[in-house]
Write a protein that binds this ligand. Structure first.
Ligand code: TRP
Ligand code: ZN
Length: 859
């Protein structure tokens, strides 16, 4: 609660603690209002220490303090809710036992120990452990743990913590359990779960023959919905052995799904805790996208066991060390088990939509920042997604074999330690670490200009990098190809200046490089940034003819998709300017590609997506008119649907895969049919979508049909949404989809609709999933949030201020939508500023204060 307002943490101030905390014994007696936590920690001075021992707390209530088993004289220490100070600690190792009482039921922040639908659970990353007990609550202090837990009543038969189970039983009618975690870990990886839970169980035998008992705990009755997550877990475990040589290390691996959770999931050692939306699935209630999300998040958290847990972070500035690297690993997993080409397109799309957007906003920061005010606000697209891109560039620069060897070196050298980005990079021998570090330390998205020249049979391609403001020239891996009438040209014959070229990889190390091809009959069609080989923005003259040629000549899925996107962005810009977009040529070329079975269905589906409103806003740049953006998007969707009608009709008329087939292949086929449906609805064929909404055999087809109706502003929308609502009103995760559809609709008065739905019996601001699905979705409704009268800004700011007292992390996250405001006109900018200033006057949390301050300072 804003206890640390104004304290900026600086990387340069890093210093290790004065004491080690070698071992922690926790005895926890659970009670909704008064859980007693007895924490006995073995501390040892690191060398000669004359200073006090200072531990962190947050809202704690100390009831007893003992040193080496004897009560401490009250004059020997100072205890406040947020600090414990032992004034004259012993000069040799000692055991300090601190007993605190916490009230999990009153914990609405969902950090520390809280209850979710009657289940006790914890969330300690980044600084939640201090809300349970006093500790060195920082990632560079590693301890082994023994945890005793006593249930608060007969209902709590499942008692879980990190590591291996040592003992369990009954004592005076209360269940107890004892867990031991032999792997030293920082406080943020501690976890505890207790409650009445159902389980699915399985086993995994590791490459070296160790049997691991796997369990996924869910609300009783929902066990069948955890089957896919279990399957994904076993595949993740096998993949990490195969691709990275990493085996699991404990006898058990437990996952618990809870319904109140601030983010996606958490990698606590041996006891991952998940937002239930990333565990529970059944084709009747979950979409193909949900399945893919479950698979990726299960993998991500599992992969953290090595990248995050066995090797953790020295301090929170190094967050990308575990997050960027682990996202890279989960991306590679998805690429291997689904489709590499499609995954690359999805990741590039996501990076541009979330990270480039953040990088262009007042919330921009380096992947490895050097200061922060509130650590919870650093769990961003930049740390996660751009962090993964940096690891991917290293992989591209040194190649798979050297990358794998370097990762082995990293695991060998740093296992059991808390490491830094510099430690990590030092393992990648052929890499120019000094040059590459700039990628970690500088915010902003670099631009690479592409210039082409053709005369007398000689084609020259010049690439020039323009670093972001106040950034430097960096190594940029650029994959490149050229095509002539008879196919792909052999670039090994090209003359390259200012760079090296290896196959299709050109590494730009200085500011500029050029490539010259002689004896060309015509200007070649050049494809730059294949596979999205670097997180940069290309600056290149528009050439629709080139993009249409690339659609058929390129084999790289990203480049094909990117060419389609450029064509459609061109159409969006002309619609925004008030012209009728000419989609004849684009429609014809796209029709040919999307009906060509040589491409995967999932890729063809991506080609049919009209670039998002945010992509258009970025392309316009400044002084954007939000209403015109919305109109332009609908105009282009309609025109494209009309231009491609025969192809789209054929695609949607094609037989659908079995409704319960959740494989990537089936998902791709459905995505293609549903993208066709969406464009057909935009072009006026809403009856087709209404029919599908009625008859759909699974959630993917149902939701796609509803989205198509809503996007087309079809007359059938209200009735279809109400039918949907009534059929699934008992399914919380489906209601989230309903709330999001309602909040994203453009017709009528979206704000009034959202305000009405806040009174829905199933809606609650105290549940993060509900909040994100209704309020978060509203903030992405461009015309409504950026309404000219400022009503959208005020609504979001006021709702966030209301939530601030309950759950600051979620409140702060909602406000990040204001990051886009600088793209709009001055009137909107000042309305947004006024709304934020009014919020700032009301908020208490450091989370919200930090975001609002940054948003305002750069406005
Ligand atoms: N470390 C988690 C992950 O990326 C995410 C996380 C960080 C988190 N802080 C959290 C989850 C707070 C829930 C609450 O896998
Ligand atoms: Zn993570």
């Amino acid at each position: 609660m804003r206890t640390d307002t104004g304290t900026t943490v600086r990387l340069e101030d890093y210093a290790p603690t004065l004491f080690d905390a070698k071992h922690v014994t926790l005895m926890i007696s659970l009670h909704p209002k008064a859980t007693v936590v007895r924490n006995s920690t073995d501390y040892a001075p690191r060398g000669v220490v004359d200073d006090p021992l200072v531990l962190e707390g947050d809202g704690l209530n100390l009831v007893a303090a003992d040193l080496n088993g004897a009560p401490l004289d009250p004059r020997a220490y100072e205890a406040s809710p947020d600090r414990f100070v032992l004034k004259n600690p012993p000069k040799k190792p000692f055991e300090l036992t601190l007993t605190t009482i916490v009230a999990p039921e009153d914990n609405t922040e969902l950090m520390g120990l809280y209850r979710s639908s009657g289940i006790y659970c914890t969330q300690c990353e980044a600084e939640g452990f201090r809300r349970i007990t006093y500790a060195y609550d920082r990632p560079d202090v590693l301890s082994t743990y023994d945890v005793w837990m006593l249930a608060d009543g007969p209902g709590e038969q499942v008692l879980l913590s990190n590591g291996n189970l040592v003992a369990e039983g009954q004592q005076d009618g209360r269940a107890y359990a004892q867990w031991h975690d032999p792997f030293p870990k920082p406080t943020y990886l501690f976890a505890l779960v207790a409650g009445a839970l159902g389980a699915v169980r399985d086993t995994f035998v590791t490459a070296s023959g160790r049997r691991v008992a796997l369990a996924i705990y869910v609300e009783p009755g929902k066990e069948a919905r955890a089957g896919y997550a279990m399957d994904a877990l076993k595949r993740s475990m096998a993949w990490d052995e195969e691709r990275f040589g990493r085996e699991y290390d404990l006898d058990v691996f437990n996952i618990v799904a809870v319904s109140d959770f601030n983010m996606g999931a958490m990698e606590n050692k041996g006891l991952n805790v998940f937002n239930d939306r990333y565990v529970l699935a059944d084709p009747a209630v979950a979409t193909d996208l949900d399945y893919a999300g479950i698979e990726a998040v299960i993998a991500h958290e599992y992969f953290h066991n090595w990248t995050g847990n066995r090797i953790t972070c020295r301090d929170w500035f190094q967050l990308c060390l575990k997050e960027g690297l682990t996202v890279f690993r989960d991306q590679e997993f998805t690429a291997d088990v689904r489709s590499r080409g499609v995954k690359r397109v999805q990741d590039a799309k996501r990076l541009r939509l979330a990270q480039f957007r953040e990088d262009a906003s007042p919330l921009r920061h380096p992947v490895r920042p050097s200061t922060y005010d509130e650590i919870s606000n650093l769990y961003t697209a930049t740390v996660y997604e751009k962090g993964a891109e940096l690891v991917r560039m290293i992989h591209t620069l040194i190649g798979e074999a050297a990358f794998r060897k370097s990762m082995d070196t990293y695991f060998d050298r740093f296992d059991g330690t808390a490491a830094t980005v510099e430690d990590f990079l030092s393992c990648f021998a052929p890499l120019d670490v000094n040059a590459f570090m700039a990628w970690y330390q500088e915010p902003g998205t670099p631009k690479v200009a592409v210039e082409e020249d053709f005369a007398d049979g000689v084609a020259t391609i010049t690439l020039t990098q323009h670093p972001a403001p106040s950034a430097t020239v960096k190594p940029v891996p650029i994959r490149i190809a050229a095509f002539g009438d008879s196919g792909q040209l052999d670039l090994s014959a090209a003359k390259v200046k200012g760079a090296e070229l290896d196959g299709d990889l050109l590494v730009l190390k200085g500011e500029t490089a050029s490539l010259t091809l002689r004896d060309q009959g015509a200007a070649p069609i050049v494809s730059v940034l294949r596979a999205f080989s670097a997180p940069v923005i290309l600056e290149r003259a528009d050439a629709p003819a080139r993009d249409i040629a690339l659609l058929t000549r390129e084999s790289d899925p990203f480049s094909i998709w990117d060419a389609a996107q450029r064509l459609l962005i061109g159409a969006l810009l002309s619609a925004y300017a008030g012209d009728e977009p000419d989609l004849a040529a684009t429609g014809e070329a796209l029709s040919a590609v999307v009906t060509d079975d040589a491409h995967e269905a999932a890729l063809r589906a991506l080609l049919l997506e009209v670039p998002s409103r945010f992509t258009l806003i970025e392309a316009i740049g400044t002084d954007v008119d939000a209403d015109k953006v919305d109109a332009a998007h609908r105009t282009v969707s309609t025109a494209l649907g009309k231009a491609m009608q025969p192809a789209l009709t054929a695609l949607h008329d094609a037989p659908a895969p079995a409704a319960d087939d959740v494989s990537a292949g089936a998902a791709g086929a459905r995505a293609l049919r549903n993208c066709a449906l969406t464009l057909l609805a935009a072009a006026g064929d809403t009856a087709r979508a209404a029919k599908q909404a009625d008859e759909a055999g699974n959630m993917t087809d149902r939701l796609a049909a509803l989205g198509a109706l809503a996007g087309a502003r079809a007359d059938e929308t209200d009735a279809a949404l109400e039918t949907f609502h009534d059929a699934f009103s008992h399914e919380a995760l489906v209601l989230d989809k309903y709330f999001a559809l309602q909040a994203l609709r453009g017709d009528g008065d979206p704000k009034a609709r959202v305000e009405g739905l806040m009174a829905h019996p199933a809606f609650s601001l105290s549940n993060p999933n509900r909040t994100r699905s209704l309020i978060g979705a509203f903030s992405q409704n461009v015309a409504a949030f950026h309404a000219a009268d400022g009503s959208g800004y005020r609504f979001l700011a006021e709702t966030a201020a209301k939530l601030d007292a309950q759950n600051p992390q979620v409140a702060a996250r909602l406000l990040t939508a204001f990051g886009d405001v600088r793209r709009f006109d001055p009137a909107r900018r000042s309305a947004a500023k006024a709304a934020l200033e009014a919020t700032f006057a009301k908020v208490k949390s450091s989370d919200v204060a930090d975001i609002v301050r940054r948003l305002l300072s750069a406005n």
